[in-house]
Design a protein around this ligand. Structure first.
Ligand code: NAD
Length: 508
């Protein structure tokens, strides 16, 4: 750990702003669960500190939930779900619309929360708030997905009607990197489609990813028990949320390691697992790429929110003929990125969100440098800041390229042929997103089709999410798709009702 002053960071500006002072905070403060429409304060439970990643000082506390809290939350959801499902689509959509307007009304409080709880700069906060508004707005449109379809029958005199019903109760477990959006991406469509929800946010962002969601829907007039939020560590209550017999669907966004456990626990209960997991996304730059565009995309896709997105660029795969120039330009851009406390104006790169993530990045970086990777920009780190770092001379099997580093690090790997680029890109258990920079569209399409991923972006970078377009991965990156129609499939059940209009002739 170094002691170098952080670029753009003024240590005198350290403040331990209490999150309980926010207007958005419930009367109890954030140290309470939201169950059955009530804020249930801590009482005898332990608490978990909410840490500001830039100062490593606590800014609040939330309850350390127990299995009993999870039990109460599921009981409340189960009791509330039928009445909510019977509300008209318009009524449900209008609660989600009111909640969306409230997110907008509290926009600046959310920006503050993202900074002090998540370590997110203004730019990232704006991206996340826009995505949140977008997913809520799409959810409003989805509320009316219950029309009846007809299918011909092989039986004479019969009509086949296909209708949809809400799945029932949806359990949602969300991560810390885009906490509000990734909770809302599941919660808003689940509610709009007539389900009740139990949400367990990440311990690292329990307020902005969980309790603040409850506050918004409480103020929007959601009936009691339809949304319940319980905070606690994954190791203490995660299993209780995933393996409970009540939910019909367990929606999990997080690491592949935990996703495997959550998926197995849900499947054991015959709940449908909807899993959005890790990634190791490649940004491929061919010999005929427009280098200006490839570098622009490369910078944005690697360093936005310190590279802490499942769809960030994990590896840059660059044709050997443009390799040196690409590395040089990427390094020059990385050097200029303002790093510091995300509350400061103009900061692009904030702190890494938590100690364990910081240690992982530093470890992957150091082990790769030991193996011969060369630092072209950055490379220094001070508790929990990691300088925007560009590495050359990287082999695809070095730790920083082979594993999901989830940090502001851009390892650049050279390749000779398109075939080799595809092979390198696919040499990972993950299959989430990726990008291809290539001026020949047919060649770019060919590469895109041959990448084993759920999403690929040509002449862009992998960091794309549009609330109406199916989002998800293959392999170790998950099961299922989110957004738009895809989430309707996940959060509803199709029901076949047949009507035998004419008397039927049976064989006996
Ligand atoms: P994580 O798996 O550590 O935690 C995710 C959630 O699971 C948290 O709420 C955590 O408390 C909970 N959890 C932890 N242990 C649990 C257990 N045993 N049982 C049940 N729940 C448990 O992931 P993270 O560090 O919060 O997020 C980073 C990871 O998430 C990265 O791998 C990233 O790629 C992935 N991610 C994927 C997407 C996507 O859409 N594919 C989006 C964002 C993040």
């Amino acid at each position: 750990m170094g002691t170098k002053p952080r670029r753009g960071y003024d240590a005198a500006d350290r403040r331990a702003d209490s999150l309980d002072a926010l207007e958005l905070a419930p009367v109890t403060g954030w140290n309470a669960h939201y169950v059955d429409g009530e804020w249930r304060p801590r009482e005898n439970r332990d608490t978990l500190d909410v840490m500001n990643p830039a100062t490593r000082e606590p800014v609040g506390a939330v309850p350390a939930g127990t299995d009993a809290d999870v039990e109460e939350a599921y009981a409340a959801a189960d009791a509330a779900r039928r009445a909510w499902a019977e509300r008209t689509p318009d009524e449900r959509a209008s609660v989600v619309a009111d909640a969306r307007e409230l997110v907008d009304a509290y926009r600046e409080e959310f920006v503050h929360l993202f900074a002090v709880e998540c370590g997110g700069a203004r730019l990232k906060a704006d991206i996340e708030l826009d995505l949140t508004g977008g997913t809520m707005s799409v959810a409003e449109d989805l509320a009316d997905s219950f029309g009846t379809d007809e299918r011909e029958s092989v039986v004479e005199g019969k009509r086949n009607l296909l209708t949809r019903e809400p799945a029932g109760v949806v359990g949602v477990i969300s991560p810390w990197n885009f906490p509000l959006y990734l909770s809302m991406r599941a919660v808003a469509p689940a509610l709009a489609l007539g389900n009740a929800v139990v949400l367990k946010p990440s311990t690292h962002t329990a307020v902005v990813g969980g309790l603040a969601v409850a506050r918004i829907f409480e103020e929007a007039g959601l009936p009691d028990g339809v949304l319940n939020v319980v905070t606690g560590t994954g190791s203490e209550i995660g299993e209780a949320v995933a393996s409970h017999s009540t939910p019909s669907v367990v929606s999990f966004t997080g690491s592949t390691e935990v996703g495997r456990e959550v998926g197995a626990a849900a499947a054991e209960q015959l709940s449908t697992p909807a899993l959005e997991l890790g990634g190791n996304n490649a940004h491929i730059v061919t010999d005929d790429a427009d280098l200006d565009r490839a570098v622009d995309g490369g910078v944005f896709g690697s360093f936005t929110h310190q590279g802490q997105e499942c769809i960030s660029i994990n590896r840059h795969l660059v044709h050997e003929s443009v390799y040196d120039e690409y590395v040089e330009r990427l390094a020059a851009r990385a050097e200029r990125l303002p790093m510091g406390d995300p509350r400061e104006e103009g900061v692009v790169v904030g702190p890494v969100q938590n100690a364990s993530q910081y240690e992982t990045i530093v470890d992957l970086l150091e082990r790769s440098v030991e193996r011969g990777a060369e630092i072209e920009a950055g490379g220094d780190h001070y508790e929990w800041f990691v300088e925007p770092t560009v590495l050359s001379n990287v082999a695809n099997d070095m730790p920083i390229a082979a594993e999901e580093h989830f940090g502001p690090v851009a390892p650049v790997v050279p390749f000779e042929t398109d075939e080799q680029a595809i092979e390198l890109a696919n040499d990972t258990e993950y299959g989430l997103s990726g990008s291809v920079h290539c001026e020949d569209r047919e060649r770019a399409m060919d590469i895109a089709r041959r990448l084993d991923t759920g999403m690929v972006h040509i002449n862009d970078q992998p960091l794309n999410d549009e609330p109406h377009v199916p989002f998800g991965g293959v392999g170790a990156s998950g099961i299922g798709r989110y957004n738009g129609e895809a989430i309707v499939e996940a959060f509803t059940e199709t029901k076949w009702i047949s009507v035998q209009d004419e008397p039927r002739e049976y064989p006996y």
